[in-house]
Design a protein around this ligand. Sequence first.
Ligand SMILES: O=C(O)CC1=CCC(=O)O1
Length: 393
Amino acid sequence: MTTTDGTRIPGHVIDGPEDAPPLILGPSLGTSLAVWDPQVPALARDHRVIRWDLPGHGRSPAGLLPGTEPGTATIADLARLVLDLADRLGIGRFAYAGISIGGAVGAWLAVHHPERVGSLILVCSSARFGEPAGWHERAALVREKGTGVLAEAAAARWFTPGFTGSAAAQALLADLRAADPAGYAACCDALAGYDLRGDLGRITAPTLVIAGRDDPATPPAHARELADGIPGAALTEIPGAAHLANVERPAPVLAAMLGHLAGERPYGDAARYAAGMAVRREVLGDEHVDRAISGATAFTAPFQDLITRYAWGEIWTRPGLSRRVRSCITLTALVARGHYEELAMHVRAALRNGLTPEEIREVLLQTAVYCGVPAANTAFAVADRVLREEGKG
Ligand SMILES: O=C(O)CC1=CCC(=O)O1
């Protein structure tokens, strides 16, 4: 679908109240957004649920990724489609749940756009879907022979043997046969190049990972790798389910999802601590944070815990202001209260957040007016020393 401003957005369906918190659902390879049918009625009671289709699947045309030559599509391209859709719907921050490749898109967004993803659920997904060669082979096969040739093998990966004959399974296999080969192959290309293993630690969204115990495509070991790598992530394994666990065992998957989403506001202390620690490290640097944590005593450890959860997990993680603006405010407040040791640390943080020495100077000049010339005088001396130490003086 092309909108008036020329942006292409994926085919989608929206359920639930317009003013409810948004929840975006991503499908797995070869399925349409109907793969989420078992969960949508319950999810849409408390969420505005937006389901989207992969290129060439369901309601999305194969040419949704413009100018994408065979072999070049990426998960980032698919993630861009989701952001364009959210932008088009006026949605800033959202909860996201995705199955398999749909989960990969959510994980990629949580790494690269943490300000957009407030909560994450990865169903039968992976940080890396096996060797790229297998995906290149599948893409070539589909480009030559269409998606129908995949149906038998897909049925064996998606469902345990007793479930394959069900109406739900057969409807999804019909969606696979109807998928456009070019769109399906582009998704295979995206999977071939996907490897998020080194980035999982950057995810700050509270995350639930769900695995199908009998999933041969993304076995529970893949889910454990995700849960071990994502700070504070929870892991649920669903017995009696293969790759499309939410279709075969709708109730336990829904229960796990509702439990996770219920904790979205406010989210749990463990997730808040993990999110806070990630931002604290980005803003203050690993060296400082490691020193603070390892220097903590039994007496001071609760205070370290408090500032990680409260200052960093509660406030610095909020999307409403950029980190640059937060730095300007913090510098000003520290000058106003005469906290010059903290000021030195936050001049370094301001540089890490992208403020230039000239901008820091402007902030301090402003404090001379509103906090007093003597306070700004000391602040200038502190900042001058730090900037020299950082090679920026
Ligand atoms: O192809 C399959 O059946 C398994 C799979 C890998 C990524 C995806 O979305 O589905």
